[in-house]
Design a protein around this ligand. Structure first.
Ligand code: ADP
Ligand code: NA
Length: 330
């Protein structure tokens, strides 16, 4: 029996992924690759919707791919590739642009947020069309399941609308995909401002746990994480966001429930708890970090893996694109 298709991706927009990317995405992807025919992309076409230095982009793309593999995405099982190695993404996006309403695209809230952050002069048409490219990414592989963060829900909705529209206008061509949003507990917040989610665009670097940080740095950041004056390890997102965030991380990496964690640390101080969290995080990240660095030491081998995987992605993508071209009259 063939396994259902899965597609997801991340932008190569930093030297390292962070604990949110790891717990909220990579850990889930790793588990899902058993049950799905999974395609995991490093979406460099998306990355250039904001200015990038070319040499740095190339390096970040490799580093992101290395971290996928180091985190357990197996390039011999899943298809792990770089988006720009598969020309059909841009080709299908063009076709989908022509069936996307201008008003429909204008309603995408992520574009509104980002364009207001950058200002009208720094905003480009690529950023506006970003969700259409994302629809192409997903539809090219006849994807059934798209594991994405909650902030991408609207984009997957647009993808479904475009697939249905194309199918009804030109004949059945695309599988209609579904978003799979991780549980709230897989959402990781900034260690210094635990009201906001951990993000590579955060203001204070002390709040971000990078997967490629040295263990000592990881430990220091966790020991200095913002908590509260209560001294009680209890889960309460609203009133104890710092402690709750540390509990989420501990829970995600050990499988212990919030109640079990509260019991384990009852009557002990935050210092003890933070030490335990740091231990668990370091134990999890350290093998990933050293494997990623090992892979980055041999760029030729990494490029070879990516080329083999891009060939598989191209095969599937080209079949979909050929059907699309035929239907639209090319
Ligand atoms: P960032 O917010 O750092 O720019 P991205 O938006 O590129 O990260 O997200 C890449 C993937 O990582 C997505 O699947 C997203 O849902 C997940 N992710 C990002 N930040 C977090 C977080 N703080 N907690 C959980 N998952 C996250
Ligand atoms: Na593969």
């Amino acid at each position: 029996m063939t396994k259902p298709r899965l597609y997801s991706g991340m932008q190569p927009s930093a030297d390292s992924l962070h604990a949110g990317n790891y717990i909220g995405a990579l850990v889930q992807w790793k588990q899902m690759q058993e049950d799905y025919d999974a395609f995991f992309s490093v979406v460099d076409l998306h990355a250039i919707t904001v200015p990038q230095d070319p040499a740095e982009l190339r390096e970040k793309t490799r580093r992101t791919a290395a971290q996928y593999i180091a985190a357990g995405i197996e390039p011999s099982r899943s298809t792990l590739y770089v988006q720009s190695h598969v020309p059909a993404h841009a080709q299908l996006a063009w076709v989908l642009n022509t069936i996307t309403g201008f008003g429909e695209a204008s309603r995408m809230t992520q574009f509104k947020d980002k364009s207001s952050r950058y200002g009208a002069d720094a905003t480009n048409v690529g950023l506006f069309a970003y969700p259409v490219l994302m629809a192409a990414d997903i539809l090219l592989y006849q994807t059934e399941v798209v594991p994405v963060g909650d902030d991408q829900r609207q984009h997957v909705e647009l993808t479904r609308d475009l697939a249905e529209r194309f199918n009804s206008r030109f004949g059945d061509t695309f599988t209609i995909p579904k978003a799979q949003i991780p549980a709230d507990s897989a959402r990781i917040y900034d260690l210094q401002t635990p009201e906001s989610k951990m993000s590579k665009s955060a203001e204070s670097p002390a709040g971000i746990l990078w997967l490629l940080d040295e263990p000592k740095v990881t430990q220091k950041k966790i020991m200095r994480a913002v908590t509260d004056n209560e001294g009680v390890v209890a889960y309460d997102r609203e009133n104890k966001p710092g402690v709750s965030n540390l509990m989420s991380m501990y829970s995600a990496l050990t499988g212990a429930s919030h109640e079990a964690i509260a019991d384990e640390f009852a009557g002990r101080g935050y210092g003890d708890f933070k030490k335990a969290v740091a231990e668990v995080v370091v134990a999890e990240f350290e093998p990933v970090r050293s494997r990623a660095l090992e892979l980055l030491h041999d760029p030729a081998e990494l490029d070879r893996l990516l080329a083999v995987n891009a060939a598989r992605a191209n095969e599937v993508a080209e079949a979909t694109l050929a059907a699309v071209y035929e239907r639209v009259g090319f």
